[in-house]
Design a protein around this ligand. Sequence first.
Ligand code: AMP
Ligand code: ZN
Length: 115
Amino acid sequence: MSETCIFCKIASGEVKGEILEMDEEVVALRDIHPQAPVHVLVMPVKHIESVAALTEGDAHVLGRMALMAQRVARREGVAESGYRLVVNQGEHGGQTVAHLHMHLLGGRQLRGGMG
Ligand code: AMP
Ligand code: ZN
């Protein structure tokens, strides 16, 4: 838990957010500035800053994030039409919140480019 981190505050309930699913290690939160009809952030409950800060002990968390994304995608109705999972790392990657999160984007045709 980081005292200054907005995603830690949402995961702990201190700040309100639209949480779609949560277990002891992973949480799915609807993005407040959606870039697609379905835009959900899947993140660890534990404060891990980024992919760059991952350790061996955190490795399973990424797998659990992908599995939660898969379930949320099904419930949001985009499992069949398809979706994109994106993790931004650092400045050039476009990371603006320093708490690891995976974007789940779907509900429209996404462009093919990578930036
Ligand atoms: P990134 O640029 O990859 O770090 O993504 C950060 C994402 O967090 C952006 O898509 C923001 O819209 C989203 N975001 C920031 N603050 C909140 C919040 N309080 N609740 C939900 N989503 C947020
Ligand atoms: Zn945090």
